[in-house]
Write a new protein. Structure first.
Length: 128
């Protein structure tokens, strides 16, 4: 993410342009590691979800006859695959929550502690 996007996501509303230590916090190695970890989690999960969702849509547009084949008494391949998309959404959400609880929350707490120290020293403790 660009710094502007990170700034918009992480700074409180109305603090843009207010030099209250956000620049120093963004320079913290822990903060940068947190952003990298979050990105390494979110991007692959988004790709998996979008591939499944758009794969289903492309299949529906290019092979509607195949999706119309009956699996069992009115249940078609299309319904089964759409159900698979819903399951995929829940799996992606479950993976995100578990990893977030196990790793991201701990990292965020460490960054918050570092940030408190940097802000207490007037923004002079950040590594470049």
């Amino acid at each position: 993410m660009s710094d502007n996007v990170n700034q918009a996501i992480t700074e409180p509303a109305g603090s843009a342009g207010n030099d209250t230590g956000w620049t120093a916090i963004r320079r913290l190695p822990g903060y940068r590691a947190l952003i990298r970890t979050r990105r390494r989690l979110v991007v692959p999960l988004a790709v998996v979800y979008l591939a499944g969702y758009f794969g289903f849509l492309i299949l529906a547009g290019t092979a509607p006859a195949m999706l119309g084949h009956s699996v069992h008494d009115g249940l078609t391949v299309g319904f089964v695959l759409m159900g698979g998309v819903f399951v995929l959404v829940w799996l992606v959400a479950l993976v995100y929550v578990r990893v977030s609880n196990a790793r991201l929350d701990r990292q965020a707490e460490e960054v918050a502690e570092e940030a408190r120290k940097v802000l207490a020293s007037g923004g002079r403790g950040a590594a470049s």
